[in-house]
Design a protein around this ligand. Structure first.
Ligand SMILES: Cc1ncc(C[n+]2csc(CCOP(=O)(O)OP(=O)(O)O)c2C)c(N)n1
Ligand SMILES: [Mg+2]
Length: 394
């Protein structure tokens, strides 16, 4: 019988043996160099022109959407936005390697995965303007997307909550015998939460088919990763929990695609979790409430701008003969127009009614919620100028 503490598997040492950080050498998978030229030894994943066009188009669209929505927030048209500039490859490349039945549980900077799944410009706008067409009825801040039909779980702000939930969801997929996995996105900052550790351990022990994808973008708002942890990134923690782990260049979309394909294959065939650490950089501010000039240098940003994931992939596509400069210009212009015209159109759609705030939770709303709602409505009615949109929807 196997010893309970697996002592039979442990080698013996007769000297004091101190194991330190760095013993584990976790390399980073990189297929394309910054100029889009594949490394000589690299084995590229199979890729069709059609898929490559969808990947590039999604990354470019997201960049345009981010630019416009940050501007819209500055103009006071929406309250909040959060861009993923510089990180497009880690979310689009991974989403491209999944199947539509796979569940996506994300943190908040994964609009690339959502767009790849087919979320439309109109849906993005409906959510951000909290209008009456938005299925979550305006109960979430902008960017807290959730779409049942696209298997995209609603985002929640408290960091890390989606991690143990993803393990649980994947356990359910396994119990149901589904041909599906869950992917769970989070930042390296969120990996400091207890939920990360609980979620990984649970998935490892219960053998849940979940892909944990950590976007290590160097910062948790203003805290640089070296002030957050002393270990070898997040990948080393996967090994600690007995989770198969891949580290990948998060700015190389082909590498992210290949890594996620492999992770999905393992998660499904072996019914177990896989951790991917995507090394990238948040070129954008943390959110529209943040100004990075207070905590990092322009030089640092420029060094990462040179590793632009969108440009790198476009250059590779060019070498395949899959990139037409003129056609791409047209696509960019059309995308800008679409974002602008949808923004203008959707912001005129009436916002959700205040009453929606207490529907759906209880069959019959309890007295105290009804009382609070009445007070809220009286308050808005008293100060209509302070609530220009809501006061018209009482
Ligand atoms: C439990 C919890 N603590 C703190 C916050 C505030 N907060 C929001 S985002 C963030 C940084 C997260 O960084 P990271 O996970 O690296 O993701 P990134 O923003 O870099 O994509 C913090 C501290 C929060 N939302 N939830
Ligand atoms: Mg981060």
């Amino acid at each position: 019988m196997k010893d309970r503490n697996h002592l039979s598997n442990i080698g013996l040492s007769h000297q004091v043996n101190v194991i330190s950080n760095g013993l584990l050498d976790i390399p980073m998978l990189q297929l394309l160099q910054a100029d889009g030229v594949p490394h000589a030894q690299a084995t590229l994943p199979e890729m069709t022109q059609q898929k490559a066009e969808k990947i590039l188009g999604t990354m470019q669209f997201i960049r345009i959407l981010d630019e416009r929505m940050v501007a819209a927030q500055r103009q006071g048209r929406i309250s909040f936005y959060l861009a993923c500039t510089g990180e497009e490859a880690s979310t689009v490349g991974s989403a491209a390697a999944l199947e539509p039945q796979d569940m996506i549980m994300s943190q908040y900077r994964e609009q690339g995965a959502l767009a790849y799944r087919g979320y439309t410009t109109e849906q993005f706008m409906d959510q951000m303007f909290s209008n009456e067409k938005e299925p979550n009825k305006g109960r979430q801040m902008p960017i807290h997307y959730g779409v049942k039909e696209l298997n995209f779980m609603t985002i929640s702000s408290p960091l890390g909550t989606q991690i143990p939930q993803a393990s649980g969801y994947a356990y359910g997929q396994k119990m149901a015998g589904l041909d599906a996995v869950t992917i769970c996105y989070f930042g390296e900052g969120a990996a400091s939460e207890g939920d990360f550790h609980a979620g990984l351990n649970m998935a490892a022990v219960l053998k849940c088919p979940v892909i944990f994808l950590c976007r290590n973008n160097g910062y948790a708002i203003s805290t640089p990763s070296e002030e957050q942890f002393a270990g070898d990134g997040i990948a080393s923690r996967g090994i600690g929990y007995g989770v198969k782990t891949i580290r990948v260049d998060g700015n190389d979309v082909l590498a992210v695609y290949a890594a996620t394909q492999k992770a999905r294959e393992i998660a499904l065939a072996e019914q177990c979790p896989v951790l991917i650490e995507a090394m990238t950089y948040r070129l954008a501010a943390h959110s529209t409430s943040d100004d990075p000039s207070g905590y990092r240098s322009k030089d640092e940003e420029e060094r990462w701008r040179a590793k632009d994931p969108v440009q790198r992939f476009a250059l590779w596509m060019q070498s395949q003969g899959w990139f037409d400069e003129e056609q791409n210009k047209l696509f960019l212009e059309q995308s800008r127009q679409e974002v602008l015209s949808e923004l203008k159109r959707v912001e005129k759609v009436p916002i959700c009614k205040v009453d929606e705030i207490i529907t759906d939770v209880y069959d019959v709303p309890p007295w105290h919620l009804k009382e609070q709602l009445a007070e809220l409505k009286a308050h808005i009615a008293k100060y209509p100028d302070a609530y220009p949109k809501t006061s018209g929807r009482l």
